[in-house]
Write a new protein. Structure first.
Length: 188
């Protein structure tokens, strides 16, 4: 069995889809959810889906072996970021080379970088007047949203779209593609 740990910071709707997708998979399972925000709704989702959770601080992430020890003891093979807002530190990148992926709610390299997450991204796309947006799934490296792109999918930004309506379209794309792309990357 290959084991996935999901890192998330907020609502966790992608995390839930990914957990459910692999529930009946013969060789891949989500076995851990890690979160930097003790109040995040994703923790409740994980508990409802019987996935163990770990809540950690910035110091836990950046200045100790605490998380790596947990991932090692739990036999985690692959890390998936799903709405996780902090940079992944070097020691994790080294421990999981090409085995950490992220999803970004726009067509990178546009609308990426520090501070660009969630609704902020959709507001920027609307303000820029772009006629399309989409999702980017990419390997994680030491810079925000700059790792090698694995997959992108597009959707139109129509007249009358708001950041909220665009967010809905983007979430649909994410739910449709992220679990399958994860599966493809883990198989390759
Ligand atoms: C998702 O749209 C994801 O692409 C985005 O946060 C949202 C989390 O939603 N991630 C980023 O913006 C990373 N820069 P969710 O918690 O409901 O899955």
């Amino acid at each position: 069995m290959q084991r996935i740990a999901i890192f998330a910071s907020g609502n966790g709707s992608n995390a839930q889809r990914i957990i459910e997708h692999f529930n009946d998979h013969p060789t891949i399972r989500v076995t851990l959810l890690l979160c930097n925000n003790p109040d995040a709704y994703v923790l409740e989702r994980a508990r409802n889906l019987h996935i163990p959770t770990v809540v950690f601080t910035r110091a836990d992430l950046n200045h100790s072996q605490y998380l790596l020890d947990i991932l090692t003891v739990q036999g985690i093979d692959f890390l998936v970021l799903a709405g996780f807002l902090w940079l992944v530190p070097d020691y994790l990148l080294k421990a999981y080379p090409f085995r950490i992926i992220n999803i970004h709610p726009a067509l990178l390299p546009k609308f990426g970088g520090k501070g660009m997450y969630g609704m902020r991204v959709h507001k920027s796309v609307i303000e820029a007047g772009d006629s399309e947006s989409g999702i980017s799934i990419h390997y994680v490296n030491a810079a925000y949203d700059e790792g090698q792109i694995i997959f992108q999918a597009k959707c139109p930004v129509e007249k009358g779209d708001t950041a909220e309506s665009l967010a809905k379209k983007i979430h649909e794309l994410e739910y449709r593609h992220y679990p399958e792309v994860i599966e493809g990357v883990m198989r390759s």
